[in-house]
Design a protein around this ligand. Structure first.
Ligand code: MEV
Length: 312
């Protein structure tokens, strides 16, 4: 049996602006993950792939599944990338603890886990950039015009500084960053939020370009601070970014309430994370305030809180 996992993710700074060429920073969230298990099928003919993904109610022989569904799609694309030739029959089981449409990269993580498990099982492990490219192709079918940041951070499993068209830069954070995520429980497909921002950008490009500049500048400043271990100083950049994201129109009263509750409970900074319009928010906290912020988020209506630590 070959098992591969891929973490969830949070966008620390720069969401939406990253679709318009500004830099953004994303971090892995290892407390949730997608898992893909590949088992040899001894009683089936070579080349057979059977699939089981109970979380999304998918089961059957790959040949009979809808090839445009993201799971069959990533399997087909991975097998194609591995090259022609018959391979032994396999059974693939896919599960995930990452909430769907919550801004935590569940689709990208499922694709990455599958591509990694299959390529390793067939003895041709692919490097993170190739796994990321395979996942990106699936993201493009299902998420409109994604920037590629989700598949990149999930495939590299490391903090990443990302800019469209440039080589993604995984980087190290000096020191330890404590993050608390609060899930509004409101599903928000990325494609819808990105499409809404695009309509607004088309209607008022100068204003939206300025918003994107501000978000990108926050991401740029944050990278230097993280590399220098000046973690608490990211807080005000997160607060400023949340304000801009509100002006862009992707926050909601539910997200604002969680952001406010986290700040009042002592967070150094808080903002929505990902596409917005629901999904998840993110708070940067000191080690002493982790529990207090989690409790405050629950009282303010979070259906789930996740604590994660990034850095050394
Ligand atoms: C989604 O995690 C982040 C967005 O910027 C979309 C993207 O970059 O593809 C909203």
């Amino acid at each position: 049996m070959t098992l591969a996992t891929a973490p969830g993710k949070a966008i620390l700074l720069g969401e939406h602006a990253v679709v318009y060429g500004r830099p953004a920073i994303a971090v892995p969230v290892r407390e949730v993950c997608a898992r893909a298990e590949v088992l040899a099928l001894s009683d089936a003919s070579a080349g057979t792939v059977t699939v089981e993904a109970p979380d999304v109610g998918l089961a059957g022989n790959l040949k009979e599944l809808d090839p445009s569904h993201p799971i069959p799609r990533i399997i087909l694309d991975t097998l194609h990338a591995l090259g022609p030739g018959l391979f032994p029959a396999v059974h693939l089981r896919v599960t995930s603890s990452i909430p769907i449409a919550s801004g935590m990269g569940s689709g990208a993580a499922v694709s990455v886990a599958i591509a990694r498990a299959l390529s390793e099982h067939l003895g041709l492990p692919l490097p993170p950039d190739e796994i990321s490219a395979l996942a990106f192709a699936v993201e493009r079918i299902h998420h409109g015009t994604p920037s590629g940041i989700d598949n990149t951070v999930v495939a590299f499993g490391q903090p990443v500084y990302f800019r469209l068209g440039a080589r993604p830069m995984p980087f190290d954070i000096a020191g330890r960053m404590h993050l608390v995520l609060g899930d509004t429980g409101v599903a928000s497909p990325t494609a819808t939020a990105v499409g809404m921002v695009r309509d607004r950008w088309r209607a008022d490009q100068p204003v939206y370009e300025r918003h994107f500049d501000s978000l990108g500048q926050c991401a740029d400043q944050a990278r230097g601070l993280l590399e220098a271990g000046r973690i608490a100083e990211i807080g005000p950049l997160m607060d400023a970014s949340h304000q801009v994201l509100k002006e862009i129109g992707v926050s909601t009263p539910g997200l604002d309430a969680l952001v406010q509750a986290a700040r009042e409970a002592g967070a150094w900074g808080a903002k929505l994370s990902g596409a917005g319009r629901g999904g998840t928010m993110l708070a940067l906290v000191s080690e002493e305030d982790i529990d207090r912020v989690r409790q405050a988020l629950t009282v303010a209506g979070a259906v789930r809180t996740i604590y994660t630590q990034v850095g050394s």
